[in-house]
Design a protein around this ligand. Structure first.
Ligand code: PEP
Length: 232
């Protein structure tokens, strides 16, 4: 199973180090042979990590380096041996205005650099209210320009209305959506959106759910470890 923690704009460099130390200690004392754990800290807290945790970037620009004020690129990631990135997160699409064209350029570029890509998709509430068919059409459009056969792809289905709201999608909605995605996607498919210790076991028991992408409930190492224990 895959457990991914997205810190968003939370944690400092110092608190990330403390977190990683506690998480790694916790993981080392558990049987995690069949599992993968990712942590996506803010860019100021990126670091090399000598352990089973994979550190990934929440975002980067699709260049090696250059005149892109405020961005980080490949050179800054390589300094820490980072080859994993989140692309298409709904907060970047909606708050930072990333279009599908921009997202797909980023995807293509990081694919060419052989990155592990967690590619996020998810529908807004208006679409969910229209039913499964409308949701499916919307989600497939979010794959425009994306190579769904890329062998280092992980897809994360995150309904926008479930992110950070405490309101997770219902099991049936998750099951139907992941079944739809599985028609064309053979890579792992994660669910994200208000996953917490209380619901993680049920969510991970749904067919075609290969892991979870967690925001709020991942911010404390103990809570993230509790989720891992509940799931296993
Ligand atoms: C996320 O932003 O990827 C996420 C799933 O957030 P939360 O768990 O807080 O809903």
């Amino acid at each position: 199973m895959i457990f991914a923690a997205n810190f968003k704009m939370n944690h400092t460099r110092a608190s990330t180090q403390q977190y990683l130390n506690s998480l790694q200690k916790g993981l080392d004392s558990r049987d995690m042979q069949d599992d993968e754990v990712f942590v996506f800290p803010p860019s100021t807290a990126l670091c090399s990590w000598n352990g089973s945790i994979t550190i990934g970037a929440q975002n980067a620009y699709y260049q090696i380096n250059g005149a892109y004020t405020g961005e980080i690129g490949l050179e800054q990631l390589q300094e820490f041996d980072i080859d994993t990135i989140l692309i298409g997160h709904s907060e970047r699409r909606s708050i930072l205005g990333e279009s599908q064209e921009f997202v797909s350029k980023k995807f293509q570029w990081f694919k060419e650099h052989n990155f592990r890509i967690i590619y996020c998709i998810g529908e807004p509430l208006e679409l969910r209210e229209k039913g499964d068919e409308a949701v499916a059409q919307f989600l497939w459009e979010q794959f425009n320009g994306i190579d769904i056969n890329y062998d280092r792809l992980i897809v994360a289905y995150e309904p926008v209305w479930a992110i950070g709201t405490g309101l997770s999608a219902k099991s049936e909605q998750i099951a139907n959506t992941h079944r739809e995605l599985r028609k064309k996607i053979s890579s792992p498919i994660l669910y994200g959106g208000s996953v917490k210790p209380e619901n993680v076991k049920e969510i991970l028991s749904i067919e075609n759910v290969d892991g979870v992408l967690v925001g709020s409930a991942s911010l404390k190492a103990d809570s993230f470890l509790e989720m891992i224990d509940k799931a296993k």
